[in-house]
Write a protein that binds this ligand. Structure first.
Ligand SMILES: [Zn+2]
Ligand SMILES: [Zn+2]
Length: 340
């Protein structure tokens, strides 16, 4: 099969003819129909996850059609349309038993990170990690549910416990941020979108943001306080995760507010005076990917047309290097999907 293979960090992906994945008794063989490109892929390819062994086929936002199954798999048929939950959780550890599979204590890898993923014509996955997608959801939309959309839902609903009528400020209107604008609204919040690119903010507005703020134009704190009767926002979702964005968020978070970190930069640690957190009883909350139930929840939201995943462009798989270059240069609006 054709695959775009990463053989060396910092080098382009190479098109190769590789063997079909060999499936076990509990696995599905899936013909990849769409694979989202996440900025994490750019980080992996540039060597920021040195624990990942090479060569590797990246791609953790996968949707496709079942074309083969192991002999123990009962609940899937050839031709089923599926998307994949990419954390290969064990299902038996205390975290898994508590329904926090994203925090599995005995993780067997992640599809598209530690085991081969969707930058290929075929991919394998345990049947327990495949989710059927309804007929009215395209493969392109289904692909990005697994991370960009479900990660937003997990962060806002489970981690932030966002409530109707609360205010939510989202820092970053990129691949995740534009999906999060919709998720925030579905949860009933008033959503503000913050970015440095006007064209992204325009898209955030089109997707329903109540107000948008360009970080480069003047005093963000005052602008946001003016929109919140001087009290600040209930929740900030930081999809950038830099010292600067975290400190900026803390200037317009309401007393008792929550800062949820989904973005993460490796540039430098963040630094905050403890009194800033203590005096206003702020909560800084981490949110890692999503759980299987979050993925099922966003599949249901799309099926019932409560949200529409925002896929900006589709490219042939062979153009993955160009897509990564454009992501690095910040030239991509929203989420891009590859098609083998
Ligand atoms: Zn991702
Ligand atoms: Zn586990």
């Amino acid at each position: 099969m054709k695959a775009m293979v990463l053989r060396q960090f910092g080098q382009p992906f190479g098109e190769e003819d590789v063997p079909l994945p060999a499936i076990g008794d509990h696995d599905l063989l899936i013909k990849t129909e769409a694979c989202g490109v996440c900025y994490t892929d750019v980080k992996i390819a540039s060597g920021l996850f040195p624990e990942i062994s090479l060569p590797k086929i990246l791609g953790h936002e996968v949707a496709g059609e079942v074309v083969g199954k192991g002999k123990e798999v009962g609940n899937f048929q050839e031709g089923d349309r599926v998307c994949l939950y990419f954390y290969l959780y064990c299902g038996q550890c205390p975290s898994c038993l508590a329904g926090k599979e994203n925090l599995c204590l005995d993780l067997r890898g992640r599809i598209g990170f530690d085991v081969d993923g969707g930058y290929a014509e075929y991919v394998k996955a345990p049947a327990t990690h495949a989710f059927k997608i309804p007929a009215n959801v395209s493969f392109e939309e289904a692909a990005i549910l697994a991370d960009a959309v479900a990660t937003s839902l997990h962060a806002l609903k489970e981690q932030a416990q966002l409530q109707p009528a609360e205010t939510l400020a989202i820092i970053g209107a990129g691949g995740l941020g534009l999906q999060a604008v919709q998720i925030g609204q579905v949860l009933g919040a008033r959503v503000f979108s913050i970015d440095i690119e006007e064209k992204r903010l325009e898209m955030a507005k089109r997707l329903g943001a109540a107000a948008t703020f360009n970080e480069t134009s003047g005093n963000l704190r005052e602008a946001i306080l003016a929109h919140t009767r001087g009290v600040g926002v209930d929740t900030v979702l930081d999809l950038v995760g830099k010292d600067e964005t975290i400190n900026c968020a803390l200037t317009f978070l309401k007393k008792g507010g929550k800062l949820v970190l989904v973005g993460y930069s490796f540039e430098k640690p963040f630094s905050v005076f403890p009194a800033v957190i203590m005096r206003s009883e702020l909560a800084i909350i981490g949110s890692r990917a999503c759980r299987p139930k979050d993925l099922q929840a966003v599949i249901d939201l799309v099926a019932t047309q409560k949200i529409k995943p925002f896929v900006s462009e589709t490219f042939p798989l062979e153009q993955v290097n160009q897509v990564h270059d454009r992501l690095k240069k910040n030239e991509i609006l929203g989420r891009v999907v590859l098609k083998p």
